[in-house]
Design a binder for this molecule. Structure first.
Ligand code: NAD
Length: 293
């Protein structure tokens, strides 16, 4: 049976460390990490994410504020709120929950955030610094994948990694992190995407397969070699009339069929999904500490 890479165990280990280091920062320098979350509109999934970030701040003893703005908020109003948060010394991290209403340009909003406070790691300065190996806020989900591999002591150096997906929030930053000479990196990285004519031909050679596609159970057993490590970033809702909510969450990997072939695999839920918020809190702590100034 494969090792099940447990996101709850890894994220709790990181959160315990963040809590202890935040207490130290408060004791020694009188600084409490502060996170501002901005939610525009009333998307129910976004509202849930925002609430969980607020609860996590409470658990860690962080200062947190949530700005809930109506969907009719103008770009100018949002940009002036960000300018105020940039100038607020009690705030070390600013997160604007996506998606934004269609009339607001998300990229422009991200570029308005002081990159020192860009704890999502989406600002072009942070992305660029990460790519050239300088200290930076790193995108939380990819950083979470590296943290999981490191925690379970899964070697990556010199191993062939196939990442499926090239989005700005997962595939691209993850590929860049994993090719760096660093812990959880130094890998031989291939990025596959929707133009792949025969995805299995690419993934079958990989020591580590990382799926960030957004298609339920798309990676099947025949696409993975015996003994591979499989990391499933996907979070997909599928109908499940038997369940209370009428749906359930599955990954991009057909877990039941793929797991028996693997040496290690992440489940969904309970895998990568647990990591993103932990890395966000770590980035907020680092920002408060001035690690990148
Ligand atoms: P996206 O839609 O922006 O990108 C999907 C990528 O998959 C694209 O680059 C596309 O080229 C590739 N793709 C699509 N169909 C393909 C195919 N048939 N063959 C090969 N490649 C294909 O998605 P995203 O934002 O990167 O998210 C991917 C998945 O990860 C989603 O399920 C999302 O919900 C999940 N996700 C999870 C977390 C988390 O765990 N916290 C965070 C972000 C995203």
């Amino acid at each position: 049976m494969p090792i099940i890479i447990d996101g709850t165990i890894v994220s709790n280990a990181i959160l315990d460390r963040v809590k202890a280091e935040a207490e130290e920062l408060r004791r020694e320098r009188g600084i409490t990490p502060g996170l501002a979350v901005v939610l525009v509109g009333d998307d129910p999934a976004s509202a849930t994410y925002v609430r969980s970030k607020g609860r996590m701040c409470e658990r860690l003893g962080f200062h947190s504020i949530t700005h809930r703005l109506p969907a009719s908020t103008s770009a100018l109003e949002l940009l002036s709120l960000i300018a105020a948060l940039n100038a607020d010394s009690a705030i070390h991290g600013i997160l604007v929950q996506s998606p934004l209403p269609g009339h607001i340009d998300y990229e422009q909003v991200v570029e308005t955030i002081d990159y020192h406070k860009d704890v999502d790691g989406f600002h072009p300065v942070n992305v660029g610094r990460m790519v050239i190996g300088l200290p930076a806020h790193e995108s939380c989900t990819p950083a979470g994948v590296l943290a999981m591999l490191t925690h379970y002591q899964i070697p990556t150096s010199g191993r062939s990694v196939v990442i499926i997906g090239r989005s700005n929030i997962v595939g691209k930053p993850l590929a860049n992190m994993m090719m760096q000479k660093r812990e959880g990196g130094n890998a031989i990285v291939t990025v596959a995407h929707s133009a792949a004519a025969d995805l299995g031909a690419v993934t079958r050679n990989a020591d580590i397969v990382i799926a960030a596609i957004g298609r339920p159970r798309y990676i099947t057993a025949d696409m993975v070699k015996e003994g591979a490590v499989v990391i499933d970033v996907g979070i997909n809702r599928v109908d499940d009339p038997g369940s209370e909510k009428g749906y359930r969450i599955v990954g991009d990997v057909d877990f039941d069929a793929v797991a028996p072939k693997c040496s290690a695999i992440t489940p969904v839920p309970g895998g990568v999904g647990k990591m993103t918020i932990a890395m966000l809190m770590l980035n907020t702590l680092r920002s408060a500490r001035g690690d990148f100034h």
